[in-house]
Design a protein around this ligand. Sequence first.
Ligand code: NAD
Ligand code: TYD
Length: 353
Amino acid sequence: MSSKRTLLITGGAGFIGSHVVRLFVNKYPDYAIVNLDNLTYAGNLENLKDIDTLPNYTFEKGDITDALYIDELFQKYQFDGVIHLAAESHVDRSITDPMAFVMTNVIGTVNLLNSARKLWAGNFEGKRFYHVSTDEVYGELHDPKEFFVETTKYDPRSPYSASKASSDHFVRAYNNTYKLPVVISNCSNNYGPNHFPEKLIPLMINNIKNNKPLPVYGKGENVRDWLYVLDHARAIDVIFHNGANGETYNIGGNNEWKNIDLVLLLCGIMDAKLGREAGESEKLITYVTDRAGHDLRYAIDAGKLMSELGWAPSVTFEVGLDRTVQWYLDNWSWIENITNGDYQNYYSKMYGA
Ligand code: NAD
Ligand code: TYD
């Protein structure tokens, strides 16, 4: 592959995408990076303000569901590679509005595949379509000794995971049918700076700081496997450059937490940082009605990525979580700018407060 490349990164104004864009723009000055994002409620250009004037970075505001526009964009920039992260990403929103997930996650992905196929027209030398997906496509685990591996049967159980599973199938089908060079990764739950405060960790940080109830779904016994977002971005870099054509790589932190234990941990960290008495914030914990169809446990076996491509997480959960909480406290205006807007409507619809 030549060192000069033009890459499309979709969803680069979102949580994970912004970390991927920053990593690529800083690490590969010879690459021209185009960030395509239509700035939904989850997209925020503030996430990229430290790199947005660099000469190898361009932002394009546009919608991946618009096939004509996507085609024109591919023609305009002549992309060699695509890293596709744009998506509707929140399970609770997928329960109230599944069609938005079909449109962006399924139709949007197929539009990108079609434009790549058309532009590359069978000449695939140096070309790559990287689809960023989730471990949620595998469904839920019950046996504590079981982990998701790349061959685990798909069993999506929420509209979000069904839409991501569908897009994964399309990506593999284009590899099989048209020989489009693709690679897919399925990652566990991410945490870190710039995480939108509808997701568990930033929502809890925000509510603890504001002395608001901490809504724990059901009994808080569901388990998630948490990975620091920068380690996900590093894995995407490794897989994009060294992953084998047509392959899938699972990414995860081998770091399982029951929701209630994680919320208690966050309460302890926040008490210490805010100078509150130990145990004060956990009084805010409120058990609320469970999420419909709530998956019990996700846990990733990232052995293939580690042994074949040499990736490993760079930070422990203790360090990553402390950095994350500190980032929110040091950048409180970031969360305030978000929670002052439409978020209020969303929050009161979800939690009635
Ligand atoms: P996010 O919701 O924070 O960001 C998504 C971005 O996509 C936003 O900037 C949004 O504006 C953009 N977008 C949405 N619809 C669009 C459209 N129609 N056209 C153009 N842009 C659009 O999501 P995230 O958490 O950063 O997730 C990024 C990707 O990683 C997703 O594909 C998600 O499925 C996957 N993933 C996320 C996690 C996680 O824990 N957050 C874990 C594994 C995989
Ligand atoms: P979330 O961050 O939405 O990620 P996902 O559903 O994709 O795993 O939720 C993580 C876990 O936390 C999940 O089991 C649902 C639970 N949860 C709560 O208990 N309370 C909340 O307010 C939220 C947003 C999530």
